[in-house]
Design a protein around this ligand. Structure first.
Ligand code: MV4
Length: 449
C-alpha cells in the first residue's frame, strides 16, 4: 500500500480524498494555489505545497509543478479527483513515467473514452446498447443527409471531442441539417480544436442514468448500481439520486451486468461511470467518464462502500475481495449540490462565509471544505458543498432531506439551498416524474437544447 498520496485537487474532493487516505493510514500531500493558502484541504493535509498563482492553468493544471511537489515530498501516488487533470491522459502518462502511481484508469482508456466516437465504437463492440446513428465521423453534408434519412429525424450532431454539451446541435428536418452540421463543426473546432462530429437519433425525453463500475488490476469488475442525474441545468447537475425512480431490479441487474462484461473485455481498471440515456424502457450508451464523479456519495450511501478507498486499494494492486453477488444495495440516497450562486439568477456569489451550521443526524452527510470565516475565491467552481441524505426508502430520504435543507445555514453568501427547498416540495419531483429537460422548465429559464 502507498505511504504517501499527493492530492492534485482542491475543495471538497481534496478533503474527501484526504479523509480516505487518513483512514487507510496513508499520509497526504495537498497542493494549492496562492488563492487557496487558507483552504481547508491545504490546512488538513500532512504537508502542503504551493504550486502557483490563483488561475487554475498556473496551478491546479500545472503538470510540472504538481510532479515537482510529488518529487520533493516523496509521494508514491497521485489522486487527481474530478475536473482539472483527472481526464488528461498525458498527465496520467507523465505521472507514471516519473515513477508515481496514477490513481485512476490507464492513459489508453482515458484517451479512448475522451474520443466520443472511439468510446461509442468500444461500447458497441463490447455489447453495450448505443444510440442509433452514424458509424463514426460524418465528414460531408451528403453523408449527413443519407444517415439522417436512414435513422429518421430529429437527429443530433455531436462533437467527437465533446463534453458539457458544446458542439451539439439538433436538426428537425433535412432543411435544418446543413446548418446544424456546420454549426456543430465550427463550435467543436472553437471549443476543442477538433471539428470531427458524428450523428445520433435525437432522443426527445430521456432520463440520464449512469452506472458506476469498479475494477481491479486482476480482471474483477463489479457495478455499484446506477445514479439518476436527469436534473441538470445547462449541463450542470443540481441533484442526483440512487437508485433511479425509473428502474426496477431486473433492469438494474441487466444493464449492470452488461456494463461489467464490457469493462472486463476492455481490461478497464479503477472507477468509471457509463452514461446512458434511458427512454421507453431502453438504455442507450452516450459516454463514459474515466474519473471519480462529484455524485459518487449517493452510490456510497446505498452500497456502504468507500469508493475513494476502493480506488486507492485497487490502484495499489489489491484485489476487490468481493463479488457482485456479495454486494447489497440498501435504501435510497439523494445528493444536493450547493453552489455559491443566486438561487434565481444563478450568478456566482463569492465572498466570506459568515455563520455556518451544517445539518446532521442519522443518514446525513455533508461533503464540503468551507468554514465560518472562509473567503470563497472567485477563480474556481462555485460548488461549496454537497448534502447527501440516506433513507430506508425514497420517501424517508425526501422527508430527511427537507429537514436537513431547513437546518442548513450558510450566511454571508447566496446559495442554491432555497432552490433545493423548492424542488423537494414539487409534486412531480416527489413522484420521480422527470426527464433531462424537466429542471430547465422548473427553474423558469429557457435553453435551446
Ligand atoms: C443526447 C440527447 C438526446 N439524444 N443524445 C448532452 C451532453 C452530452 N453529454 C450528451 N447530451 C445529450 N445527448 C441523443 N442522441 C440529449 C442530451 C442532453 C442531455 C443529456 C444528459 C443530461 C442532460 C441533457 C441536457 C440536454 C441534452
Amino acid at each position: 500500500m502507498f505511504e504517501k498520496v499527493l492530492i492534485a485537487n482542491r475543495g471538497e474532493i481534496a478533503l474527501r480524498i484526504h479523509r480516505a487516505c487518513k483512514e487507510m493510514g496513508i499520509r497526504t500531500v495537498a497542493v494549492h494555489s496562492t488563492a487557496d493558502a487558507d483552504a481547508m484541504h491545504a490546512r488538513l493535509a500532512d504537508e502542503a505545497v504551493c504550486i502557483g498563482p490563483a488561475q487554475a492553468k498556473d496551478s491546479y493544471l500545472n503538470v510540472a509543478a504538481i510532479l515537482s511537489a510529488a518529487d520533493i515530498t516523496g509521494a508514491d501516488a497521485i489522486h487527481p479527483g474530478y475536473g482539472f487533470l483527472s481526464e488528461n491522459a498525458d498527465f496520467a502518462s507523465m505521472v507514471e513515467e516519473h515513477g508515481f502511481t496514477f490513481i485512476g484508469p490507464s492513459p489508453d482508456h482515458i484517451t479512448m473514452m475522451g474520443d466520443k466516437i472511439a468510446a461509442k465504437n468500444a461500447a458497441m463492440e463490447t455489447g453495450i446498447p448505443v444510440v442509433p446513428g452514424s458509424d463514426g465521423a460524418v465528414v460531408s453534408h451528403d453523408e449527413a443527409l443519407k444517415i439522417a434519412k436512414d435513422i429518421g429525424y430529429p437527429v443530433l450532431i455531436k462533437a467527437s471531442a465533446g463534453g458539457g454539451g458544446r458542439g451539439m446541435k439538433v436538426a428537425q428536418n433535412e432543411k435544418e441539417l446543413l446548418e446544424a452540421w456546420q454549426f456543430a463543426r465550427s463550435e467543436a473546432k472553437a471549443a476543442f480544436g477538433n471539428d470531427e462530429v458524428y450523428m445520433e437519433k435525437y432522443l426527445q425525453k430521456p432520463r440520464h442514468i449512469e452506472i458506476q463500475i469498479l475494477a481491479d488490476l486482476h480482471g474483477n469488475v463489479v457495478h455499484l448500481g446506477e445514479r439518476d442525474c436527469s436534473l441538470q441545468r445547462r449541463h450542470q447537475k443540481l441533484l442526483e439520486e440512487a437508485p433511479s425512480p425509473a428502474l426496477n431490479w431486473s433492469q438494474r441487474n441487466e444493464i449492470g451486468e452488461i456494463a461489467c462484461n464490457a469493462m472486463r473485455k476492455l481490461g478497464y481498471r479503477s472507477v468509471g461511470t457509463i452514461e446512458f440515456l434511458y427512454e421507453n424502457g431502453e438504455f442507450f450508451f452516450i459516454e463514459m467518464n474515466t474519473r471519480l464523479q462529484v455524485e459518487h456519495p449517493v452510490t456510497e450511501m446505498i452500497c456502504g462502500l468507500d469508493l475513494v478507498r476502493e480506488m486507492i486499494r485497487v490502484s495499489s494492486g489489491a484485489p476487490l475481495g468481493y463479488t457482485q453477488e456479495s454486494l447489497r444495495f440498501s435504501g435510497h440516497a439523494i445528493e444536493c449540490r450547493i453552489n455559491a450562486e443566486d438561487p434565481e439568477t444563478f450568478l456566482p456569489s463569492p465572498g466570506v462565509v459568515g455563520d455556518y451550521h451544517t445539518p446532521g443526524g442519522l443518514g446525513v452527510r455533508v461533503d464540503s471544505a468551507i468554514y465560518s470565516g472562509y473567503r470563497i475565491p472567485p477563480y474556481y467552481d462555485s460548488m461549496v458543498g454537497k448534502l447527501i441524505v440516506h433513507g430506508a426508502n425514497r420517501n424517508e430520504c425526501l422527508m430527511r432531506l427537507r429537514r436537513c435543507l431547513g437546518e442548513y445555514v450558510i450566511d454571508g453568501i447566496r446559495t442554491t439551498i432555497p432552490l433545493h427547498q423548492r424542488l423537494v416540495d414539487n409534486p412531480e419531483f416527489i413522484n420521480g416524474d422527470y426527464d433531462i429537460h424537466w429542471l430547465e422548465n422548473f427553474v423558469g429559464m429557457d435553453q435551446s437544447l
